[in-house]
Ligand binder design. Structure first.
Ligand SMILES: [Zn+2]
Length: 266
């Protein structure tokens, strides 16, 4: 068995009812910009290699490869509910997916956008989402919490959430149109935009003239505002840590995707 590292985070790992993991770019067979554990077939990588990578991930998690259940990411705030009939399927075009079916491994793919995992130990339900700046502006994290409340009767206060590895405030320089969209969408959280003078020196991708978006904090803030009891921020920048992750920004657009997985234990 090859060595395939999986990251787990203490805020979610303490729940025996939940399996969660974030894969890295290590442990796969893809080459070049997709080296090595690329999980996406839509970025130009060899399909056979992606399949081997996916099988390795499934083996490392101890789940049947054909059970991975996912969505077609469209940078929206749409959330779909996956039931047993969706096992192994691409459920729909959506950036959030929720389920209360044990043993159903939800997976989404990332290369800078933020993975958001939400677990409700009381209702034994889980949600997984994907939020870049677009998803953040349309309130993906908020929509995920609301969808779990509507579908499962979940009380946000019972929930524990993770904002996983994503491009950090150190590296996520944005243009004026993105900054304005964030300002309009989150008028009560101006701190998620970091002005040029405040950006730490030596940040990897700063020209010193544009604001940086704190995607971690924007999503943490949305989850907290929605009433989520506990939110953990991984604090791992995909762009700084290209030794561990794929980064669309850091790799100039040609790169792979790592995965975040959430599954209720039986
Ligand atoms: Zn960074």
């Amino acid at each position: 068995m090859t060595d395939l590292p999986l990251l787990r985070f203490p805020g979610l790992a303490r729940f025996p009812g939940l399996e969660h993991a974030v894969s890295t770019r290590l442990g796969g067979v893809s080459v070049g910009p997709f080296a090595s554990l690329n999980l996406s077939t839509s970025v130009g990588d060899d399909r056979a290699n992606v399949e081997v990578n996916t099988q390795r991930l499934a083996a490392a998690l101890g789940v049947p490869r054909e059970h991975f259940t996912t969505t077609w990411l469209v940078h929206s705030n749409r959330v779909v509910r996956a039931d047993a009939s969706h096992r192994g399927q691409m459920v729909a075009q959506a950036d959030g997916v929720i389920t209360d079916v044990p043993g159903l491994p939800l997976i989404q793919r990332y290369g800078d956008c933020a993975p958001i995992l939400v677990y409700d130990p009381r209702r034994h339900a889980v949600g997984l989402a994907h939020a870049g700046w677009r998803g953040t502006v349309v309130g993906m994290a908020t929509a995920l919490v609301e969808a779990m409340a509507a579908a499962f009767g979940s009380d946000p206060a019972d929930m524990a959430a993770l904002v996983g590895p994503a491009i950090g405030p150190c590296c996520y320089e944005v243009g004026p149109e993105v900054a304005e969209a964030v300002r309009r969408a989150m008028p009560d959280a101006p701190h998620v935009l970091i002005q040029p003078a405040q950006v730490a020196r030596g940040a990897a991708a700063s020209n010193g003239h544009r604001p940086h978006l704190d995607l971690w904090e924007a999503n943490r803030w949305q989850l907290a505002q929605a009433g989520v009891g506990q939110v953990e921020v991984a604090g791992l920048c995909t762009c700084c840590r290209r030794d561990l992750f794929f980064s669309h920004r850091g790799d100039g657009g040609r790169t792979g995707r790592f995965g975040a997985i959430a599954m209720l234990r039986r």
